[in-house]
Design a binder for this molecule. Structure first.
Ligand code: AMP
Length: 392
């Protein structure tokens, strides 16, 4: 992995692709976590006297009306407060104002240019990795650092485009380095290596299952997804979530990896998909036609804990129940608490499980919570990610 610490940035015009895709309402930043997350890389560049040129996307730009609400100016202001120094915002993604400002930079100066996706208004130049745009942005700097993990599974001009025009002068920032170091657990996992999978549909996780089932010692399956596996085993799953098109896939996985797959033995059931009705806990053999499983049950929790207790490393993707409803988040939270209390090296792989851990105040207590969403999922699918390959 090519790291920021491998690059000579002293006095260099250093382009940094950040992830400043923060929620903004009425011009106010609602949550600045991502800006705070970028500080380590920016501070390192300040300490090494770089000339810092920041790029980021914000939201999606499809038409003129999207421009104003996705203006990066509030980010420059917040970043400036956090760093306690000037961040010069340039309301352009190209042209003389930007070029002159860059040419006049002193070491430790910071420029943030306008939202890279403003270029999408003209033929999706940023999002389709327009060759001219990547080359142009690369020409503005001497070296390039990519620190935006959330878009690393996409080939955009501001990541792949710039990196492929600054070959040998590009590296990952600290945020991406941390993500990749944690996720590289998959290359050579400490064993027993256990995967926990939950979430809604089998269809969304086929790539993840196919990739991880070959690497894991056990896969513990909960969430809505478990019911298609249980159906494939011949159980009556009542009105639980069923992904009928993928029963055959589940049957195949169960046949090929019988010794690896662990499914729920009991579930919390209700007659309605709401938080209002009281639930009952039932063994998986006992569901009637009008009952749906909305969380794993206590025996399943014990079963999952007994496996996890033995684990040297764990990857967990997807909640084990409908965690949006207070009643059905209970066992996801208990299992999260279990891995934290027992110091089990656990990586939460993206999206909903990270959100669940965050609400339970456990996100910062696990070994690593991977924040990449789609990027994390594609990594878990074993795909080569363009933003990584461009720098590698
Ligand atoms: P995913 O994005 O695939 O990780 O799915 C997360 C979603 O799965 C959440 O919105 C949960 O509500 C949902 N989910 C988890 N367990 C169940 C279940 N037993 N039945 C229906 N949906 C579920």
């Amino acid at each position: 992995m090519k790291k920021i610490t491998d690059l000579d940035i002293e006095n260099k015009k250093t382009l940094i692709r950040c992830d400043f895709n923060v929620p903004i309402k009425d011009g106010q930043i609602v949550d600045d976590t991502r800006i705070v997350g970028a500080l380590k890389t920016i501070n390192y560049c300040l300490e090494h006297n770089a000339k810092i040129i920041l790029l980021s996307h914000l939201g999606r730009i499809k038409e003129e009306a999207d421009l104003a609400k996705n203006n990066l100016a509030p980010v420059a202001k917040r970043l400036s407060e956090l760093l306690n120094r000037e961040v010069h915002f340039i309301n352009a993604t190209r042209g003389p104002e930007l070029e002159n400002a860059i040419n006049n930079m002193q070491p430790q100066d910071i420029i943030l240019m306008q939202n890279t996706r403003y270029e999408d208004l003209d033929g999706k130049k940023e999002s389709s990795n327009d060759p001219e745009l990547g080359k142009y942005w690369a020409s503005l700097g001497d070296v390039y650092i990519n620190d935006a993990f959330g878009t690393i599974h996409r080939a955009h001009a501001s990541n792949v485009g710039i990196a492929s025009n600054l070959v040998g002068k590009s590296a990952f920032g600290f945020l991406i380095e941390k993500e990749l170091t944690a996720l590289s657990i998959l290359d050579n996992p400490e064993r027993p290596f256990i995967v926990v999978l939950g979430g809604a549909k089998v269809a969304d996780k086929i790539g993840v299952i196919e990739n991880l089932v070959t690497k894991a010692d056990k896969i513990l399956i909960g969430g809505g997804m478990a019911f298609t596996f249980l159906k494939a085993q011949g159980f009556n799953i009542g009105s639980s979530l069923l992904d009928a098109e993928n029963i055959a896939f589940c049957t195949k996985i169960l046949n090929d990896y019988a010794d690896k797959i662990v499914l729920p033995v009991d579930v919390a059931v209700s007659n309605t998909f709401t938080n209002d009705e009281n639930y009952r806990t039932k063994d998986i053999t006992m569901l009637s036609n009008d009952e749906m499983g909305l969380d794993i049950g206590p025996k399943t929790l014990d079963l999952f804990e007994s496996h996890l207790k033995t684990a040297a490393s764990v990857i967990w993707n997807g909640p084990l129940g409908v965690y949006e409803f207070d009643k059905y988040k209970e066992n996801t939270n208990k299992l999260l608490q279990f891995v934290v209390d027992n110091n089990i090296k656990t990586i939460l792989g993206g999206g909903d499980i990270v959100a669940a851990a965050s609400t339970a105040n456990l996100k910062d207590k696990v070994y690593h919570a991977s924040t990449g969403g789609g990027a994390t999922l594609e990594y878990l699918e074993g795909k080569k990610l363009p933003g990584i390959e461009a720098i590698k």
